[in-house]
Ligand binder design. Structure first.
Ligand code: AMP
Length: 190
């Protein structure tokens, strides 16, 4: 089983690269952002709750996302492995994920961190907002999401570094170039 976390700030290219990774390694893509947006589209109770946080650029409460992700892992239990995209985002989420996967004897194999500077992230997200109409891709909410990333999510870099699982990739260049570097990190260990 190959379990990969694709890690990085909003706009780093996690979603784009996840699509490539799941194709190459035949894995299941679990993007908590995509799952939540789908709940919003279907106007479920979870979607209505999540929207109130997402519109402000805040994180959806840990208990809600952890529970949601547990269900998705269970639904896909015969998968060859997962690409976790946008999860974990807090220390509590990382610990729950470890607990869950270690118990099932399918631990995280590697964490691929995409490094991109703030000004580039903001440019990319503003552009994406204009093209896709994604409501949280407007400048005010983008700044808030980057702050939340720094405060709540960045500490996970040390968490995974201490486990010897962190691989960093410079996330600027063509999609193909970045993908090649990601594959090198994955293939080096597995
Ligand atoms: P994303 O598509 O990954 O950028 O996520 C969009 C929004 O969904 C975030 O700004 C959060 O409000 C929410 N979200 C996605 N994943 C998580 C998570 N793991 N924990 C809490 N909130 C999340």
């Amino acid at each position: 089983m190959l379990n990969i976390i694709i890690f990085g700030p909003p706009g780093a290219g996690k979603g784009t690269q996840s699509e490539r990774i799941i194709e190459r390694y035949r894995l299941t893509h679990l993007s908590t952002g995509d799952i939540l947006r789908n709940e919003i589209k279907n106007e479920t109770k979870l979607g209505i709750l999540a929207k109130s946080y997402m519109d402000k650029g805040a994180l959806v409460p840990d208990a809600v996302v952890i529970d949601m992700l547990k269900n998705k892992i269970e639904e896909n239990r015969f998968s060859k492995g997962f690409v976790f995209d946008g999860f974990p985002r807090t220390l509590a989420q990382a610990k729950s994920l470890d607990e869950m996967l270690n118990k099932a004897e399918i631990p995280i194999s590697i964490v691929v961190s995409l490094d991109v500077k703030d000004d580039e992230l903001i440019n990319r997200l503003v552009k994406r907002g204009a093209e896709s109409g994604r409501s949280d891709d407007n400048e005010e909410v983008i700044v808030q999401r980057l702050n939340v990333y720094k405060q709540q999510t960045m500490p996970l870099i040390d968490y995974y570094k201490n486990q010897g699982k962190l691989g960093s990739v410079h996330g600027v260049g063509s999609i193909d170039e970045i993908f090649k570097k990601i594959c090198n990190v994955i293939d080096k260990d597995f």
